[in-house]
Design a protein around this ligand. Sequence first.
Ligand code: C2O
Ligand code: CU
Length: 460
Amino acid sequence: MMRKIHIAVLMLFIGAVSVFPEGKSEGASAGEALPIPPELSGSNLRLEAAEGELKLPFGTSSTYGYNGDYLGPTVRVSRDDYIKFQIENKLSESTTVHWHGLHVPAEFDGGPHQVIMPGETWKPEFQIAQNAATLWYHPHLMGKTAEHVYRGLAGLFIIDDEYSMALPIPKTYGVNDIPLIFQDRRFDRQGGFDYRPGRPDLMHGYIGNAVLVNGAYLPELKLDGGTYRFRLLNGSNSSIYRFSFKDSRMFTVIAGDGGFLPESVRTDKLIISPGERFEILIDFKTPGEAGLVLEIYGSETYEVMTVSVGGAQGEFFPHPADFVYESEDFSSADLNERNFIMETRGMGIFTINGRQMDMDVLNFTLDKDSNERWFVANRGMGMMNIPHSFHVHDTQFRVLSFNGRRPPALYAGPKDTILLMPGDEAVIGVSFKDYTGIYMYHCHLLEHEDSGMMGQFKIE
Ligand code: C2O
Ligand code: CU
């Protein structure tokens, strides 16, 4: 029964674009050049969270940003670097900064335990101990994550390594290696951001009616012909996106959350749930325009960005078919196993294993340097078939099976966030090394997370 509902829901989403009305943009003018977040690199990095203002065709919003009005710089580091941050909270309220996807000591993870009070400076420092990947950072204050991210606190965190630097793929940031942070927002009558979730929003997540790319509305990216790498982040609160090009052109997916895929995937569409990242390669051969389109699950379809390809020819690269890939072995029968049952128990009541987040409760403990197999399921509930996702801190997991089968190729690489539509279940292999302390796991639909769909575990 559950199976059938689930397939029907997903088919509707993947198959039939026509059931979604065309996106409307209320006559707002567009065409601003795509903003590229500046890079922040070196071994001493400063971030400052402060209030700002964002001008959009709809009006002006009061926002939060890191080192600027909205969003933050792209932190750019290399494997083995030792980096020290100074993070100053210039807001009038507490916040935190969490490194999503990063293997990091618990005390510097930036979860709900590492609160930065107004006026304080937090100084996390750590070594980068993982492969090249596109990660990101955002606040994680208990009960306030959704609102802080919505106001604009988020940025990319890119790791390079020897392998990624040696690959013959586009690597020039902002030139042929383009970060794209997608976020939908709802606007009030004055044209400002409107974050006042009502009951249905707590259920389905706060879905917007306009999509921003790197904080701009319907921006334009001007390019020469050539091969481009787009790093895609779904930085929305709770919207599940189906990304495609207006003309359904094909592209090559080369990396997921935690790095390169064992085998690249040719496709014309990509489902990206909140917090997930993908890297794609795409060739622009002939001059003209290409539109990027996002369909929001359960909502509308929007054209979100225009790529204008000029007459000049830039550099073309072959699309690699596969990448060097190593994984721990999670097949041993002796591995410890755990269940994570995600359920909708009523209006805005979401649980994992029947519990809601409680800062005073440690949900489980595990041993340092251990591998485990986790069974994660979205059990839905009656008519309330709500999607959830599962995110774990400190580690990149391996999807061992998805709905009892070999995982889809897009899930074959390292991941930290996985979308589970109602009825879906996955077995993931998790590995915790080097550090001890408390980390979080939760649904990355931020309205769900804030309403308690989260837990904490201790590595000892
Ligand atoms: Cu992207 Cu626990 O968060
Ligand atoms: Cu959820």
